[in-house]
Design a protein around this ligand. Structure first.
Ligand SMILES: [Fe+2]
Length: 236
């Protein structure tokens, strides 16, 4: 079910396990300046959520924001066949079955109907097949001063499952807005990441919506900056 976060901004959440841990996942819905809708990182839809979404407006853009959040894109596209699919570079090779309309490939900041976006390049993380790029596109909803990320940072607090809480405490990221510890070791092109994070920090955001963990409502920018201190303060 959709949850209103701010003017023209909604999220919907569902349970999701990753390596046996319940981390949940979240999609974000933005009403663009045109009045139409953009959906970032779609989840599995049910009839009730489809009805709610249809009442908000017409979905014209579906975004697969990194190389990992594509699981429900094909089914989502079936619900909204006229919507255009935006995907990060590399997804066309990973998911050749998807009909991708636009590849997000530029590192400089751009706009889609009033929503700024930026690709965090050189950003790698580990998956079961080894080391592969996350290649994440992040968004800034100017009107609500909201940064929308997917896996760039997590925020596991007392709302998450006991086992996820335990692991977050073990790895040192509990109750904090932090990149995954794997990113520390697996990021290959730190110069590109640093450049992207610096551009991202030029945005004037307060709230942070991420795919996994609890939404940060206040001081999101300083918390995000604290999470990337190890990157920003290291001379590369
Ligand atoms: Fe994720």
């Amino acid at each position: 079910m959709l949850k209103a976060i701010d003017t023209d901004l909604w999220v919907a959440e569902q349970p999701l396990k990753y390596f046996g841990l319940e981390v949940g996942t979240r999609m974000t819905v933005i009403r663009l300046t045109s009045g139409k809708l953009m959906v970032i990182s779609p989840i599995e839809m049910d009839d009730a959520t489809i009805n709610e979404l249809n009442q908000l407006g017409e979905v014209i853009y579906i975004v697969a924001p990194n190389l990992y959040h594509h699981l429900f894109v094909a089914d989502f596209k079936l619900c909204y066949p006229h919507a255009k699919l935006w995907a990060v570079s590399g997804l066309e090779r990973k998911r050749p079955d998807l009909q991708i309309d636009y590849i997000i490939s530029d590192r400089s900041i751009h706009q889609i109907n009033g929503v700024e976006y930026l690709l965090v390049q050189g950003f790698n993380t580990l998956d079961t097949s080894g080391c592969s790029p996350l290649n994440e596109c992040v968004f800034f909803h100017i009107k609500s001063r909201t940064l929308i990320v997917t896996d760039t940072v997590f925020h596991f607090d007392d709302q998450c499952s006991p086992s996820t809480r335990f692991i977050a405490k073990l790895l040192g990221g509990y109750n904090q807005l932090r990149p995954s510890i794997l990113e520390k070791f697996a990021t290959q092109d730190k110069v590109k990441v640093k450049c992207s994070i610096q551009q991202l920090l030029a945005w004037d955001f307060e709230r942070v919506i991420m795919a996994h963990g609890s939404i940060i409502e206040q001081n999101g920018k300083s918390q995000f900056k604290a999470g990337y201190e190890w990157f920003l303060e290291t001379s590369l």
